[in-house]
Every structure is written in C-alpha cells, then in structure tokens.
Design a protein around this ligand. Structure first.
Ligand code: UDP
Ligand code: MG
Length: 317
C-alpha cells in the first residue's frame, strides 16, 4: 500500500492542533487504499503544543513527532518534516486548517495520473485581509519577473503534494536558506494543479508577523535568482545611452550654432554639457557596480552548489 506523509509544522498551535487532527482524521477515514503518516514538527513552541503532540502520540500509531531544538521558522520546520517523512509522497499543510484536508483526495487522484507535483492553488483569498491580498499579489508578481527559467506558480504556497522522487531531490539541495516554494519548481518534474478556496484560520493568531513575511519575500527572491544583481548594469546601459544621445544632440546644436542657424547661448551649451557629463558619470558608476554584480552572482551560484541538471528518466535501447 502506498504511504502518504502529511507534514505539519506547529509553532504555538495549542488552540488549532486539536481541530487539525480531528479534521484530518475525518478526511483520511474516507480515503481507501493508502496508509497515512502524520509528521508533526514542533517548532520550538512556548505553549502546550508539544504536550498535545505527545498525548496524540500515545493515542495513535500513525504520528511521528519531530521536536525542534528552538524556533527555527516555518521553512526550517517544513524541511525537518521532509527529512523525517517516509511516505511515497508528502503533503505539507499548515496547522490552522487554512490548507483544508478536503483537497487531499483530489491531489492523490492527480498523483495517480502520473503528476509528481500537485500544487494546491488558492483560487480565492476571500478570508485574507486586503493588505495580505495586495502584498501577496506583489510578492508573486516579483517572483514571476525574476524567475527566468524557473516559473513560480502564482498563489501556491507550501500546500502541495510531492512525490518521493521530488522529496529526495529537494532534500538533497545543498543550500541553507530554504524556500520550499522556490525549491520545488527549481527541481522540476511533471506538475499539476488543483484549486481551493483558502478559509480563515480555525483558531489562534497568525504566527507570521509582517517581519517574517518580508524575510520570506527576500529569501524567496535571493533563492530564486541572481537577476537583481544585474539591475545596475541595466541602469548603467540606460543612462549611458541617454548621455550618448544627449552629447550627440548637443554636438548637432553646437554645429548649427556655428553655422548661425540656431542661437543657443554659451551658458546653455556649457550647462547642457555638464548635465550630460553627470549622467555619463552616473552611467559609468552603475556599469562598474553591475560588473561587480555579475561576478558576485556567479560566486553566489557556485557557492550554492545546486545541481546543474536533474534528469527525470532516460530511455535507452
Ligand atoms: N509556523 C512554524 N514556525 C514559525 C511560524 C509558523 O512552524 O515560526 C507554522 C504555523 O504553526 C502554521 C504554519 O507555519 O502551521 C503557517 O503559519 P500561519 O498559519 O500563522 O501563517 P499565515 O497563514 O498567517 O500566513
Ligand atoms: Mg495560517
């Protein structure tokens, strides 16, 4: 029988945890033909979460409790779950039921059709505040812009099914800054999507303050691409063209002035030249920064040591 691992990171989730187990059990009971393993990761909670997990551990056979040494953050907690899961596929889910377990059967159906990754896409964010909706929209747009070859699916967070093959590839990635939603599209494989409406948190408060959201956004961009480091080069080229154009136009006016066709004053011509030189100087500075950026990008890429290619399968006769 195929085994499905449900990975649930928990930080101060004493209020939501009982609801989570109840809702998950109900869905699992209705799914035949699979064995389920729940990997609950206690991410250094300061409340009763660990005790709740220990009590659940005594009651049930299918629970693995991973207790982290301190609060490492959501991404690290999910990673600890992936390292300790033994399923043929795994589904990371939030503890507050904002990733509804009712979606699991649809994900399994697509997995059986041969998809190695099944993204759960938020078709609606009705439950989110307009601030969260707007910032999330911006976040996904920026990721979309910077992801050249790696396309980041919009409105897909950690909630997704990934096959054992993909789990192993993601676990093997060498970097220490982990952003799961960037790593999965990076490793690739046949990917499908199911949609769901994201409900409100069942109990308790968000464990993701604005500071953590900003950090996640920065980590995502850095982990996705070194493109931002090329920004000064683009700026330098842009301003360089502007300075060149300005210089050529001034030259034309200078000649026209000599031929007495136009009558620009010497002050105007000098002023113009000085502005052009300032723009040119700015362009040169940016180009030098850009050059550093390109080499820094290379260094980052090399230091990260990600695989340069991942093969799905080879057919050979
Ligand atoms: N979480 C965690 N460590 C943290 C913060 C959050 O393991 O440092 C867990 C949390 O318990 C929940 C999931 O990550 O299961 C998502 O957090 P939350 O629901 O608070 O985020 P939001 O839905 O508000 O973005
Ligand atoms: Mg939540």
């Amino acid at each position: 029988m195929k085994k499905v691992s449900i990975i649930v990171p928990m930080y101060n989730e004493q209020e939501a945890a009982p609801y989570f187990f109840e809702a998950l059990d109900k869905v699992i009971a209705g799914i035949q033909g699979y064995e389920f393993e729940i990997v609950a990761v206690n991410d250094g909670s300061k409340d009763e979460t660990l005790n709740i997990l220990k009590a659940e551990f005594e009651k049930r056979k299918n629970l693995v409790v991973v207790n982290l040494s301190r609060n490492w953050g959501h991404e690290c907690a999910v990673r600890a779950g992936f390292i300790n899961c033994t399923g043929d596929c795994a589904i990371p889910m939030d503890a507050d039921l904002q990733d509804p377990p009712e979606v699991i059967p649809n994900m399994l159906e697509m997995w059986e059709q041969g998809y190695k990754v099944v993204n759960a896409k938020r078709s609606s964010r009705k439950a989110d505040s307009s601030f969260k909706k707007n910032t999330a929209g911006m976040y996904y747009k920026i990721l979309d812009k910077f992801g050249k070859k790696v396309k980041i699916p919009q409105n897909v967070a950690n909630f997704r099914l990934i096959d054992r093959r993909v789990i192993d590839e993601v676990n093997a990635l060498p970097e220490s800054t982990r952003v799961f939603r960037v790593e999965v599209p990076f490793v690739g494989f046949k990917t499908g999507t199911v949609e769901f409406v994201r409900p409100e948190r069942v109990k308790g408060e968000t464990k993701y303050p604005l500071k953590s959201m900003v950090n996640l956004a920065l980590d995502s961009i850095v982990s996705l691409s070194v493109e931002p480091l090329k920004f000064p080069i683009k700026l330098g080229v842009g301003f360089g063209c502007l300075a060149g154009l300005s210089l050529m136009t001034e030259l034309v006016f200078f000649i026209l002035n000599l031929c007495k066709v136009t009558h620009l004053s010497t002050v105007t011509l000098w002023g113009w030249l000085i502005v052009t030189l300032i723009v040119g100087f700015f362009a040169a500075t940016m180009l030098i920064f850009g050059l550093f950026g390109i080499y820094l990008g290379e260094t980052v890429t090399e230091a990260r040591g990600r695989p340069t290619v991942i093969v799905d399968e080879v057919l050979r006769k």
